[in-house]
Design a protein around this ligand. Structure first.
Ligand code: SAM
Ligand code: SF4
Length: 332
């Protein structure tokens, strides 16, 4: 592999890979997937060796941060083995290995993750109200998730909570969640729901602009603009009264594509240069070919040539999702 960096046609340097390692999940969040979700046959999914080879190939091309995601990454049986293998590169080729999880399996794995070189994780949690959680995730798993978060904290992992804001669903429970997160020493980021994949409900009914949430929070607390940046799309505020950081991700109401440094690879090895576009390059075909290194190299160059300037999400009554893939496929 060459050591050429990944730079797209708009001059953006790509240093951050989000790698989905399974499309399966033990929850069924209403905005993410339908109750009766069809999962991929196993042979379609990259195996442990292929995932590691991909990660190595990306590191050779200048990827410095890898986030494992899914589906739920920790429901994959060899997830921790993969974390151990990639984790060996933290501190040399990689600045960071992290993951996004729903927290249900964290109690079993938190110590192993910390030992393997993970320092920070994102945990998705939309509410602290058990009934609202059970309705939203279609599983009564809040106590399990809170146990997982506590175990991760005890293992020394830094935790960021991610919360999708939904009108009339968890809207009224957001301030309590922020207060709890900050009290526990976790940062928290609110996210607008995005039109990814067909789900069982109309997203127009549930879309809650964060500009509205922000106004309501400002009636309660003092939000001070913070210079904190993670290289991602989040804008941060310090909540003076709680002392914690609050991030807002507003894909639908403000565009943040100019500073994009990331690409995504699905669990079947499809590289999507943009979460909000249909462009893709097949890395699995490259990996399973006779000359995997050369084919992977060419595939990554191709991905750079087709990364779009910006996403084209729109949300509106009766509109089909801008992107047919579910978030659980591309990886959040
Ligand atoms: N299962 C893990 C979890 O929930 O953290 C990782 C995968 S999940 C697809 C990653 C993130 O995407 C979660 O924070 C989830 O809330 C978010 N997400 C899923 N579907 C979404 C949608 N349609 N709009 C906005 N965020 C979404
Ligand atoms: Fe599973 Fe995460 Fe999607 Fe919820 S958001 S259904 S936890 S993949």
């Amino acid at each position: 592999m060459s050591s050429k960096g990944l730079v797209d046609t708009f001059g953006r340097q790509i240093t951050y890979l989000r790698l989905s390692i399974t499309d399966r999940c033990d929850l069924r969040c209403t905005y993410c997937m339908p109750e009766r979700m069809t999962f991929l046959p196993k042979k379609e999914v990259l195996d442990l060796e292929e995932l590691y080879a991909l990660a190595r190939g990306f590191m050779d091309r200048g990827i410095r941060k890898i986030r494992l995601t899914g589906g739920e990454p920790l429901v994959r049986k060899d997830a921790v083995d993969l974390v151990r293998a990639i984790g060996r590169h933290v501190g040399s080729e990689l600045d960071e290995l992290t993951l996004t999880t729903n927290g249900t399996q964290l109690a079993q794995h938190a110590v192993a993750l910390a030992d393997a070189g993970v320092r920070r994780i994102n945990v998705s949690l939309d509410t602290l109200d058990r009934d609202v959680f059970a309705g939203l995730a279609r599983r009564d798993a809040l106590p399990q998730v809170l146990g997982g978060i506590a175990a991760a904290k005890a293992a020394g992992l830094k935790i960021k909570i991610n919360t999708v804001a939904l009108k009339g669903v968890n809207e009224h429970t957001i301030p309590a969640l922020i207060e709890w997160a900050h009290g526990e020493g976790h940062d928290i980021t609110l996210i607008e729901t995005m039109p990814l994949g067909v789900v069982d409900e109309d997203r127009t009914d549930r879309f809650l602009p964060l500009s509205k949430v922000r106004k309501e929070l400002e009636a309660r607390w003092t939000l001070e603009t913070s210079e904190h940046r993670t290289g991602g799309p989040s804008r941060y505020f310090k909540v003076r009264e709680t002392g914690g950081l609050l991030g807002l991700i507003t894909p639908m109401t403000e565009n943040f594509c100019a500073g994009c440094n990331r690409i995504r690879v699905t669990t079947t090895g499809q590289l999507y240069p943009c979460l909000g576009g249909g462009e893709r390059v097949d890395l699995r075909a490259a990996l399973r070919s006779d000359s995997p290194e050369a084919r992977l190299e060419a595939a990554l160059d191709q991905a750079m040539s087709i990364k779009p300037e910006r996403h084209n999400f729109r949300i509106g009554a009766g509109e089909a999702p801008a992107v047919e893939r579910h978030m659980s496929m591309t990886g959040g």
